[in-house]
Write a protein that binds this ligand. Structure first.
Ligand code: SF4
Ligand code: SF4
Length: 194
């Protein structure tokens, strides 16, 4: 006799959940028309950074690739020459790829990078229809130019050494260097130069 009451109430109890939800604030998000801002330190797609004169921070050391638990990074380093210099030191990253079909956005590669060449942005729209388009290349990962920068390759700032770059003594491109426009993923040349 005492067991009958809970059994009879079970179907009604189920509707109780629905009834309570009807009066709660709706959680529908109007994506993609409205893109909710992420937390400031959200781990999104990576970017390869530059020194303030536009030379690249990546030295092609492959430490990021070795640190990656998902084997998502491929790096090939090469020697700078005086005629074709991409970074202030001896080596630069000639080939750089991140496979976003493998990447779990853990950030271990960023921790491993000795030059702060690699950081993560807040961009989270990393879906596409082909495998190739989700393997981001150096052209797509290298950050665009900001005020005072000149696109690599170009000479080291006159009178400065590699160490001076890391001491913050180089703050802009050398006078007389030709201004160029670098375009990063999703940017047009006009947007990059704006
Ligand atoms: S965020 Fe993690 S998984 Fe993605 S490339 Fe870096 S180390 Fe690899
Ligand atoms: S991004 Fe950093 S860790 Fe990776 S190859 Fe370049 S300098 Fe080395």
């Amino acid at each position: 006799m005492s067991d009958d009451k809970p059994k009879r109430l079970n179907p009604v109890a189920g509707f109780g959940v629905t009834f309570k939800a009807m009066f709660k604030k709706r959680l529908t998000e109007q994506y993609p028309e409205y893109k909710k801002p992420t937390a400031p330190r959200f781990h999104g797609r990576h970017q390869l950074n530059r020194h303030p004169d536009g030379l690249e921070k990546c030295i092609g050391c492959e430490l990021c690739a070795w640190a990656c638990p998902a084997d998502a990074i491929y790096v090939e380093g090469a020697d700078n020459t005086e005629e074709e210099r991409y970074s202030p030191g001896e080596r630069y990253g000639r080939t750089y790829q991140i496979n976003y079909l493998r990447c779990i956005l853990c950030g271990l590669c960023v921790e491993a990078c000795p030059t702060r060449a690699l950081t993560m942005t807040n961009e989270y729209e990393l879906a596409d229809r082909s495998r190739e388009s989700l393997i981001y290349t150096k052209d797509e990962l290298l950050v665009g130019l900001t005020e005072g920068m000149v696109d690599s390759p170009h000479a080291i700032f006159p009178g400065m050494t590699e160490k001076d770059y890391y001491s913050g003594l180089v703050t802009e491109a050398a006078p007389g260097t030709e201004q160029q426009v670098a375009v990063s993923k999703g940017e047009t040349a006009e947007e990059a130069s704006a």
